[in-house]
Write a protein that binds this ligand. Structure first.
Ligand SMILES: [Zn+2]
Length: 384
């Protein structure tokens, strides 16, 4: 295989997927018009889609340095359009508008690339709108869908796309990425990669944000404190607050920046008397930000589930006497104690239950009820 162009450099932990795309790029025939990138959260599926997009619009197969490559990297290439919803579900309006854009001719490049991140957030009706476009896009239009797994999409969509599967990257390769790209110190990089269980974004946040590390410790402390019903309810309350706080921190900066940009575009300041049109635009932004707030809380909860699964994986590892390194070596005494208090079957059941609640979170079930049920199921005998 030839050396991968620079735009694929950060995807060294996914050699099979990258090689398949390189083969496609080196063909003389037209590039296939619809792709699906699947992989667990944090495996880099969107990054791979954007690297492929850059390789398509760059005149040099993705040199990483030309104007085209740079515009893709900062997200403002006119021929690489992205649907990145902040909602829990992609709306029909968003997809309709996106399909309209796919019909336009490329502005600069040979191709027009349409990327849908979180394609699993489409309802059946919304997905059906896409079918025809995926099957017969105008010449030069390339669709790229990203989702956690194939099962998250309708079979009719799956049958119309070429699939590229990403694997969970190794802890080693995630740690190396933190060291090389974010200049994280070696020990912290390894610890963060292990704790995030190879989720790249989560590992980066832990490695670069002390407050995030502290919230993680509080999460695990809360769960280790569950012995009976009252302590379970208390833990559930703490987890929900931590998730909300985590989500808030994630969106706060973004909200402020967007508001400043909008005010600047409208030519007004916070204290100006607003015209009805300016007021309505600000209100629209606030509504969109509020919807994103709901989703960011879910992302905060998701982080918590990853932490909890790591904790119970450690418990099970201790019970089974495997010599595998713990995800949470700093909590070893508490983990050993919990491992002695519950049976192996209970540890396995807890991992399954956490996974189940994590999956249900995407549907419209009230978060606090799900968390309560989870916390109650994690009770153990009161230690004497
Ligand atoms: Zn380039």
């Amino acid at each position: 295989m030839t050396v991968a162009p620079k735009v694929f450099r950060d995807l060294a932990s996914q050699p099979e997927a990258v090689n398949e795309l390189l083969r496609e790029l080196s063909k003389s025939a037209e590039v296939h018009h619809a792709w699906l990138f699947t992989g667990p959260p944090g495996s880099g599926r969107s990054e791979l889609a954007f690297a492929f997009a850059a390789a398509l619009v760059c005149e040099n197969n993705g040199c990483g340095e030309c104007n085209n490559c740079q515009m893709v990297r900062v997200g403002n290439h006119p021929d690489v359009q992205v649907l990145n919803t902040e909602r829990v579900q992609i709306s029909i309006g968003e997809v309709t508008e996106f399909i309209d854009r796919s019909l336009q001719m490329p502005a600069l490049a040979k191709y027009r690339v349409m990327v849908i991140e979180d394609a699993d957030r489409m309802s059946e009706r919304t997905s059906n709108l896409l079918l025809k476009s995926l099957e017969e896009p105008p010449r030069g239009t390339i669709w790229m869908l990203c989702a956690p797994s194939e099962a998250d999409l309708l079979p009719t969509i799956r049958s119309r796309v070429r699939r590229i599967m990403l694997k969970v990257p190794s802890v080693e390769s995630v740690a190396q990425l933190l060291i090389d790209k974010y200049e994280v110190e070696k020990n912290l990089a390894h610890q963060s990669a292990a704790q995030a269980q190879s989720h790249v974004g989560m590992a980066r946040r832990l490695a670069t944000n002390a407050a995030a590390r502290q919230r993680r410790s509080q999460t695990l402390e809360a769960v280790l404190g569950i012995v009976d019903l009252p302590s379970a309810m208390k833990a559930s309350e703490i987890l929900l607050k931590l998730a909300e706080h985590d989500g808030e921190q994630l969106t706060k900066e973004l909200d402020e920046q967007e508001r400043e940009e909008l005010l600047a575009r409208l030519g007004v300041s916070e204290d100006s008397k607003l015209t009805p049109s300016a007021r309505s635009q600000i209100k629209k932004l606030e509504e969109a930000q509020k919807r994103r707030g709901t989703r960011s809380k879910r992302d905060g909860l998701d982080r918590i589930f990853v932490d909890l699964m790591g904790l119970y994986r450690d418990v099970l590892a201790v019970q089974l006497g495997t010599n595998q390194a713990l995800i949470n070596p700093d909590l070893e005494p508490a983990i050993r104690s919990l491992a002695g208090d519950i049976s192996q079957a209970q540890a396995i059941h807890s991992i399954e239950k956490i996974q189940q609640v994590r999956n249900r979170m995407d549907r419209n079930v009230r978060d606090s009820l799900l968390l309560d049920a989870l916390a109650v199921s994690l009770r153990r005998k009161r230690r004497r």
